[in-house]
Design a protein around this ligand. Sequence first.
Ligand code: AMP
Length: 436
Amino acid sequence: MFLITVSQTIYMSFDSLGLSAPLLKAVSKQGYTTPSPIQQKCIPVVLQGKDVLASAQTGTGKTAGFTLPLLQILSENQDTHNRKIKALILTPTRELAAQIQENVKQYSAFLDIRSTVIFGGVNQNPQVKTLRNGIDVLIATPGRLLDLEDQGYVDLSNVKILVLDEADRMLDMGFARDIKKVMSLLPKKRQNLLFSATFSKEIKQLASGFLHNPVMVEATPENSTAEKVKQKIYHVDKVKKRHIIIKLIKDGDWQQVLVFTRTKHGANNLCKKMLLADISAAAIHGNKTQNARTKALAGFKDGSIRVLVATDIAARGLDIPLLPHVVNFELPNIPEDYVHRIGRTGRAGANGEAISLVSHDEADYLRDIEKLLKQKLPTGVIEGYEQGPEPPAEEKKPQNHSPRKPRNNNGGGSWGKNKKPNNRNNNNGNRRTTNK
Ligand code: AMP
């Protein structure tokens, strides 16, 4: 296996990557000037027809990293009279699927390529209708894909390129069997691209089962996101957290705040408290319907909703430009999720502030986060809400339902500074849900 590690943006233009004129035009229309590190490494390798095992997460530009060369390969071998699904992009969540579809549409604006997206939780009829018209690129979540395949609406026997995006999330969400089933429906001879933020034993197993001599591409951050964001820890009492967050929002007159809780239940409860305090708020998590999530996110972006309360999975991929405030109402039990969370602020070179309310029972989580970041996080005091003594031992452990899992700490690089911000929401939403 070849290993290409990219941690720095070397100045390079899109023209030098071997992309065709229609793709370069589309990229320029998006306002991209410099390919991101993952794009610099991925695009030429995919164009050569090689399998790729890429370590990259949302925010690195990975979508264009696989979509641009994929579109080029398809357009070079295009038969517009006989449209069959030639590229399949599997993703864990509806929102990520929808976002990828949006990107595919943007990047194929000057090509005769048809793409569509299918995911669960919505009526299948419009999806079936689009599929019937002939599609070149299909973006899908595993559950709905298998449903429609089962009903005879999807033919995967002509797929030339398979992309597994956020493969680690798909495994986390219990899609391992579905992925295997999908693979059994594809032709044996094809190009495979696997993108994952982490490389657990399970991912390695999955990869070794279907990738052929893959080139390994790794995007490591230039600086960890954490360094770019103003962070503050407030040691507080658990029972006072709700008062404190409301006080911070009101006193600071914060107009757009993303708040993280560990559980869906916690997100709902906090949301109710906000509403009672006359702060417009909405919760976004895996139990919410697609409509509710879309509405919540739209309201948050247009300013009609001041506070969006989210769980980690729900917020994955959320790309809101110039988000000024992120609050960790509860610390994540997976330290890498802290980096993901605070990466939602200070985007596109803007200043952001990430505040964490840490109660006694979260001391271990804080220690793990500081260990990961290799720094002690600055602390502050909110007058009148100083932390009291530690409660008795039986009340110490936080409510936590998910196991600790290591995640990589990959973020974007300076390539993104001039980028056009785009709004992204990636939520947990398929037939399977996790506790987050
Ligand atoms: P991704 O990691 O694919 O989720 O992309 C993260 C964000 O970066 C998206 O909003 C893309 O539109 C944007 N983006 C992708 N490639 C570039 C680039 N070369 N320059 C600037 N922005 C980009």
